[in-house]
Structure formats: structure tokens, C-alpha cells
Design a protein around this ligand. Structure first.
Ligand code: MRU
Length: 381
């Protein structure tokens, strides 16, 4: 996708495959900077600290992390240890396990000397497939949006088609295009007048920082709202559809996504607003049916609740320059929100039961959030 006229992906090979390049998402939207990941530990750390994040991108980074590990040591023991280290970084997105298993299955029967190159090829294939799946999700979602927009009463046909989204399921969360944002990009490019309500998405504010950044760079009209505003907007007819991504969807259509998604689904149902979930096949966990009981929910540091990160302007005096402030600088910093001593609790995801999901938008088409629906698309016995 587009940043200042240049097409970017979120992850790429560098130095003939000796390292991988990524966009450092912890610094967005204020600073656009890239990082090189040159070994297993750096890849694992980038996932754990959310330099890279979003289920599909975590999977691709994990796959390349195995490649880096095998370059250093292609033995069976090193393969197993790297697999476990990467898998432990973030527990909820099933894409990580799926991608790691895919690379391990590809290399395990090979001679050690052949493993690193095979891992590179497999990780590259996963990345390319992710781009194709996300673009296809965009095409299916576009048709759905066009139908919904056309169905609005004549009096509302000239108004923008208002979509609400939570967290960041855009191109920064994948290799390119995104899942939930792909239909929005397609709609915008097709000339549908689309406007996006962007949930800020506390505690890490992926909506306010990443989704707003992406949409802005692509020229898509959008407005950032606090997480608590969505229900109010739905009650007043200001949301035509909700669309979110997912980190793990069970075979029965339960959807695990960023904390707060469930509340949006409840509000959407109460107000007759369609609630869509966009996902590639790599996000389906066929091994489980009950999302609430069976999906591991990542608990992150309470510091993400008690503190907040933003850009602080520092002027003259603070910098030791003129008190008139002609010399200024800005720095990304964290400030404390809560009283010292108050506890914080930070579950990073929640589960929206299938009954609250209007439909799943996949690379193979739009289908009901149900075992029948998913099996119909993927032909799984
Ligand atoms: O904690 P994050 O930022 O990795 O969470 C990301 C999400 O919840 C996304 O909605 C999900 O991974 C789908 S991304 C296409």
C-alpha cells in the first residue's frame, strides 16, 4: 500500500535473505521507521513487543524467524527450539502456529544443509499467498458493500457509506491490503463514497495510531472515535456496517479479535447493524468449536493500561535553548494515566460468538459464521 507515493509491504527479505526488514509499528503514526531482524531472537522479540503485529503478519514473521534460526543452526534440536520460542511469543493468533507448522513440515525431512533455503521459500510462499487472499477478501467485501449501500433508502443514497472498524486489520496487520480494511480500500478505489469510524482501541490504540495512519495515507475519509462511542453512533443511524478482523476463528464461526470487539457486536445486533468479520483461511482453527472456552487469550502487561504512549512537543526551555521556544522538538513518550498503586488488567482479545456475526468475508467468498458455512467454502470433512 501507499506511503508518500511509495508502495510498501510490511515485511521483506534483505541482504540476500540473511535478514528481514519490517516497519516498526511501535513508532507509528508519528515516526515511519524500518528495522532489520537478523536472527531468531530479534524476530521473536519483534513479535512479542509488537514491532510487528496483526495475525497474518505475525505468522509470516514467525515463518521468516524459523528461516533465520535454520541459517544459524539447521539441526533438528535447533528447529524444535526455534519453533517453541516463536510460538510462545503471542498465544492467540492461530496464524502463527499455522505458519510455523507449515515451515517445519516443509523442512523437517530435508538434509540440514538444505533447510534454510527451503524455509525461505516456504515463508515467501506464505507471504505471497497472504497478499492474494487479502486482495480477494477485498473484492468479495466490495461487492457486499456495494449491495448494502444500494439498499439504503433513496434519501440516504448521497450520504457516505459509514463503516465502523475496531483495532487495525489493515495492510499493517498483514503483508499487504489487510483483511477488514481491504474491502474499504477496494470500495474507495471503485468510487464508492466510504467513510470509516475508527475505534481508537485501547489500550494500545491500534485504531487511533495504525488504522488512522493507513487510511490517511490512502486518502480514505475517516474519523477516530473513542471505543465507547460506537453504540451511540449505531443508535443514531450513523453506522451502515461494522467490519473487523480476527486472530482465530473456530470451525463453528466464533470469532476471537481485539478486546472490545464483542461489545461492538452486541451493540450492532441491538441496532440491526450488520457485523462482518474478514479473514483468510490461515485464521481458521479447525480443531476447536467453542471459542469462549477454548481460545487462549493473551494477557499483556498492565503497563499498557496504566500508561499511554503519544507524541510530546518539547520547546526551548526544556531543551535548554531559548525560552521563546523557537527551538522545538518532539519525542514519542509514555505518560501515566492511573494513580500509582492502582492495579491494571489487560486481556488483549475477546470472543464474539458466531450468533452475533452477520457473515464471514473470506478469500473464497462470503458465508455464514457456522460450521456448515465454512465447510461449504473449504470442503473440509
Ligand atoms: O494485538 P494486535 O494488534 O496484534 O491485534 C490485532 C487484531 O486484533 C486484528 O484485528 C487481527 O489480528 C486481525 S489482522 C488482519
Amino acid at each position: 500500500m501507499n506511503i508518500d507515493g511509495k508502495a510498501w509491504r510490511t515485511i521483506w527479505l534483505e541482504a540476500g535473505g540473511r535478514s528481514i526488514g519490517v516497519i516498526d509499528q511501535t513508532q507509528l503514526p508519528h515516526t515511519f521507521t524500518t528495522r532489520s531482524l537478523a536472527n531468531l531472537d530479534q524476530a521473536a522479540e519483534a513479535i512479542a513487543t509488537m514491532v510487528v503485529r496483526g495475525a497474518p503478519l505475525i505468522g509470516v514473521t514467525g515463518a521468516y524467524g524459523l528461516m533465520l534460526a535454520l541459517q544459524a543452526d539447521p539441526s533438528d534440536g535447533a528447529l524444535d527450539a526455534a519453533f517453541c520460542q516463536l510460538l510462545a511469543t503471542r498465544p492467540t493468533a492461530v496464524n502463527l502456529q499455522w505458519a510455523l507448522e507449515r515451515v517445519r513440515d516443509r523442512v523437517v525431512s530435508l538434509a540440514p544443509a538444505e533447510r534454510a533455503l527451503a524455509a525461505q521459500q516456504e515463508a515467501g510462499a506464505i507471504a505471497e499467498e497472504d497478499v492474494l487472499m487479502c486482495e480477494a477478501i477485498g473484492d468479495h467485501g466490495l461487492r457486499l458493500f456495494e449491495e448494502l449501500a444500494a439498499r439504503r433508502p433513496a434519501s440516504r443514497q448521497k450520504e457516505p457509506f459509514n463503516v465502523l472498524t475496531h483495532c487495525n486489520a489493515g495492510w499493517l496487520a498483514t503483508v499487504d491490503w489487510g483483511t477488514a480494511l481491504a474491502p474499504i480500500y477496494k470500495a474507495h478505489r471503485a468510487g464508492l463514497q466510504v467513510h470509516v469510524w475508527v475505534d481508537e482501541t485501547r489500550p494500545r490504540n491500534q485504531g487511533a495510531s495504525l488504522t488512522a495512519f493507513e487510511l490517511g495515507r490512502e486518502g480514505v475519509p475517516h474519523t477516530v472515535i473513542v471505543d465507547n462511542a460506537g453504540g451511540h453512533l449505531m443508535q443514531h443511524g450513523q453506522v451502515d456496517a461494522v467490519i473487523v478482523g480476527t486472530d482465530r476463528t473456530t470451525r463453528s464461526g466464533d470469532v476471537c479479535n481485539k478486546i472490545g470487539t464483542y461489545l461492538k457486536a452486541l451493540a450492532a445486533q441491538d441496532n440491526g447493524v450488520p457485523f462482518y468479520v474478514a479473514l483468510p483461511a490461515s485464521t481458521i482453527d479447525w480443531s476447536i468449536a467453542d471459542g469462549v472456552a477454548e481460545i487462549p487469550i493473551e494477557a499483556r502487561s498492565d503497563r499498557e493500561v496504566t500508561h499511554i504512549q503519544g507524541l510530546v512537543s518539547v520547546v526551548g526551555a526544556a531543551l535548554g535553548h531559548s525560552p521563546r521556544g523557537e527551538s522545538s522538538s518532539a519525542a514519542i513518550t509514555q505518560v501515566q494515566l492511573t494513580p500509582t498503586g492502582s492495579l491494571g488488567f489487560n486481556p488483549a482479545f475477546d470472543v464474539t460468538p458466531a450468533r452475533l456475526v452477520t457473515a464471514l468475508i473470506t478469500e473464497r467468498g462470503v458465508v455464514s459464521a457456522s460450521e456448515e458455512g465454512l465447510k461449504q467454502l473449504y470442503g473440509v470433512e
